[in-house]
Ligand binder design. Sequence first.
Ligand SMILES: [Ca+2]
Ligand SMILES: [Ca+2]
Length: 205
Amino acid sequence: GLHLCRLRQALSLSRLLNKIEVECLIKQFHTLAVEPSDRHGIVGLDRNSFRNILHVTFGMTDDMIMDRVFRAFDKDNDSCVSVTEWVEGLSIFLRGTLEEKIKYCFDVYDLNGDGYISREEMFHMLKNSLLKQPSEEDPDEGIKDLVEITLKKMDHDHDGKLSYADFEKAVRDENLLLEAFGPCLPNLKNSMEFEMQAFKETHDL
Ligand SMILES: [Ca+2]
Ligand SMILES: [Ca+2]
């Protein structure tokens, strides 16, 4: 019934994963998902359980980035990652093309969702991800310099902020810039462990 319908919906959305992989992800979703009492039967991952997965399974630590990853997955913005949103998001995590990953990272880094990565947003993210480095006399000055260097490298139309076009061009020229403002994609080891786990759970190994 409903489950099959959701499965079919998820399958049609994910051309990147094969049927068995999607089934694994759906099964894993149901072992992780909770059914909050106020949601009337809608099963999903709330912000906390989703962040917990990002942390435990994908090794993410940055609160600001994890919040944005949650929002990037939660396409309909109902504060809950549904099974469809889960499969769709993970297909980008695990099998995304460069273009899909550029779009995803841009959405994560555009903190206020206005279509640009501003100086202030870069400052926040770089400060956040560099906080654990040995402190200089005035760390904020160093981060401001870093923002200006980054803009010089990535702001192709020189309007002082990064549009999607700026970001895309910069990453295509230099792929390492994809996660310039903080890790928001799983690394290879984490992805492989995740897929292995999903496979085992599905086959009751
Ligand atoms: Ca949602
Ligand atoms: Ca913005």
